[in-house]
Design a protein around this ligand. Structure first.
Ligand SMILES: Nc1ncnc2c1ncn2[C@@H]1O[C@H](COP(=O)(O)OP(=O)(O)OP(=O)(O)O)[C@@H](O)[C@H]1O
Length: 607
């Protein structure tokens, strides 16, 4: 419930005066509706079109006196005209209110969407390490949809309750006793219906759980579709999908069963109640015909309202888990917020390291409840405007060290310094991040044209700057050969390009940002030796102008590095110049060189 109130508060903040205006309109519509319906029969009585004793209904005798006072004669056309005016006005207001309601709701959903997306984008990298990507899709699509639906239910319910209260007020004027009996019966039934609400809540929990698995499963499957197809895993995935779909189906049917059972209970009760009323009125109390007509009228107006509210409560209970899930993720993301107010790439002050980046006694664990350290007692300096290479076996901690140097993760112990100052302030971190050109192991491209992919980091870049960057990354030739050149759309994650082509485009993009620190994490692993040589030469030309950090398994790539760092099991076990390390015959680096020289033909050995 706390979560619901949290979102109601947000709704109030997002909609401001519109929400109150909406409530006021609800009151007007309900009043007009009540007046229109309840007055038609008695008004016909006043003008004598129906045989009704108006003195039996206090409100009507008052109205009659009022009309007499104004010396207005209540004729049939006047009564009917009044009725048309009231009901027509009410319909017009209702239309206006529907549009207004949608505005309120859509504005609110947009606010929530922006808040959620902004919160996620601004969260630290470590937040993403702990989470499944599909959980974000799940919250942004499914849960947000349920929250929006829940909120619209809430608005509907608020309208319904207001409506009912006003109708009760009007009905009370017409017949206090009868109205009290109807309310009492409704309240009694509501108490008995609490179990329906609880059941609906449990079904809502299950819906959250199932749709989370559904989203996680399908995104995993489509990410790994190539593996699925090549290993003929279609059937096992289909059977998983079938089981989950069945569970989803039975969950929905389960909810409808609960909902329809409660509706049935209310309807059955209404039949019994109305029969009881009529019997009591005719046989025991000998109520006059006009009163009896009112019993039916009041009952038939109020009872469906009770049913509607009960149904809304159940549906709301089933969407409460979505409010909870969304709030939880939003709060987690907000707690892990970083780089407040960071703008688009390239914006803000950039840093130009003069001394370099340094790690002092740095320790890091991905999971602090586990003993294994991904980085252990790291003491290293990455000198400015030099090329540093990080090598080591798979899992040695190379990428983790790079993440640490880029300020993506924070040391559990120890400190990272930029030009001698501890990297802790937001401003420092922001300027460091704005100055980095990063090419990941698994390069990411958007399903857009090459031009758009490149301009992502430099929106103002002219075509000749794009071509210059492409030339740097040895991609100019292949891009010129593409049918639409820079306008070629490269498919989902750049699927229409080869692995090596993708790496080169991402490298061009990193260069286009004109970084002062270039970080390449296995950035040329998919390249043939010819293209790799071209990139090496380009990097050579950059040496002395920017700080370059390279991770490479293929040691030939780092022949020209000024400094080589060798890592093993999270520690730095060797550090020095390429030549120096290759001559330390007992060192790990020499061992790695030997493994690779055995694997490549003699002429291609690095030296
Ligand atoms: N997100 C993560 N959660 C938990 N452990 C992780 C995570 N990423 C890496 N690790 C662990 O941290 C250690 C270092 O991983 P890291 O990716 O830094 O190695 P690496 O040297 O870059 O390996 P590779 O050359 O294969 O990319 C490994 O034992 C790895 O299992």
């Amino acid at each position: 419930m706390k979560d619901l109130f949290h979102y109601v508060h947000k709704l109030r903040k997002a909609s401001g005066w519109r929400l109150y205006m909406n409530m006021a309109m609800t009151i007007a519509i309900s009043s007009l509706d009540g007046i229109g319906i309840y007055l038609i029969v008695p008004l016909l009585g006043i003008i004598g079109a129906l045989q009704i004793d108006t003195d039996a209904i206090s409100l009507l005798s008052g109205l009659e006196t009022f009309a007499e006072g104004l010396s207005i004669e209540l004729s049939l056309p006047l009564v009917l005209g009044l009725y048309v005016l009231i009901v027509g006005g009410q319909a017009l207001l209702q239309r206006f209110q529907t549009v207004q309601n949608t505005r309120i709701l859509q504005r609110y959903v947009r606010t929530l969407r922006m808040e959620m997306y902004g919160g996620l984008l601004r969260a630290k990298w470590e937040f993403f390490l702990r989470k499944r990507k599909s959980d974000f899709h799940h919250v942004m699509v499914n849960e947000l949809g349920r929250v929006s639906y829940g909120t619209s239910l809430l608005l509907q319910m608020a309208t319904g309750i207001l409506f009912t209260v006003i109708q009760i007020g009007l009905a009370f004027f017409l017949s206090p006793l009868l109205t009290l009996v109807v309310i009492g019966s409704g309240a009694l039934l509501a108490v008995f219906s609490r179990k329906f609400v609880r059941k609906a809540g449990r079904i809502g929990d299950k819906t959250t759980e199932l749709s989370q698995s559904f989203m996680a499963g399908i995104s995993d499957h489509f990410n790994g579709i190539k593996d699925i197809k090549s290993n003929r895993l279609e059937n096992s995935h289909l059977s998983w999908f079938d089981n989950l779909s069945r569970e989803l189906e039975s969950n929905v049917v389960g909810f409808i069963k609960v909902n329809s059972l409660s509706q049935f209970t209310y309807k059955a009760a209404s039949i019994v109640l109305i029969a009881g009323f009529v019997y009591l009125a005719l046989e025991v109390l000998h109520t006059p015909a006009e009163q009896l007509l009112l019993i039916v009228l009041i009952f038939s107006r109020l009872w469906p309202r009770f049913i509607g509210i009960q149904s809304n409560i159940e549906q709301l209970a089933s969407s409460l888990p979505a409010f909870k899930a969304m709030r939880k993720l939003q709060e987690e993301a907000d707690r892990d917020r970083e780089l407040e107010g960071s703008g688009s790439p390239g914006e803000g002050e950039r840093c130009l390291p003069v001394d370099g980046i340094e790690c002092r006694r740095v320790y890091y664990r991905y999971d602090t409840s586990e003993p294994a350290y991904a980085l252990r007692d790291i003491n290293v300096k990455i000198p400015a405007n030099r090329m540093t290479a990080i090598v080591g076996k798979s899992g040695a901690g190379k990428s983790t060290l790079i993440d640490m140097l880029m300020g993506l993760i924070k040391p559990e112990r120890g400190e990272v310094l930029l030009d001698g100052a501890v990297l802790s302030e937001e401003r420092q971190l922001r300027s460091l991040r704005s100055s980095i050109g990063y090419v990941a192991q698994d390069p990411f491209l958007f399903n857009a044209s090459l031009r758009d992919n490149l301009k992502l980091v430099a929106p103002q870049a002219k075509d000749d700057e794009l071509w210059e960057a492409l030339k740097f990354s040895a991609s100019e030739k292949f891009v010129r050969k593409l049918p639409q050149g820079l306008d070629t759309v490269i498919g989902d994650r750049g699927i229409r390009l080869s692995g090596g082509e993708r790496q080169r485009i991402v490298l061009a993009r990193a260069i286009l940002k004109r970084p002062s620190i270039l970080v390449l994490d296995e950035a040329t692993s998919a390249l043939d030796s010819e293209n790799e040589r071209l990139i090496q030469e380009a990097l050579e030309r950059l040496k002395g102008k920017l700080t370059i950090i390279v991770i490479a398994h293929r040691l030939s790539t780092i022949r020209h590095a000024d400094q080589v760092i060798v890592m093993d099991q999270g520690e730095i076990i060797q550090q020095g110049g390429y030549q120096q390390l290759s001559q330390e015959t007992k060192g790990k680096f020499r061992q790695l060189l030997n493994y690779q020289s055995e694997a490549v033909p003699a002429g291609d050995e690095m030296a």
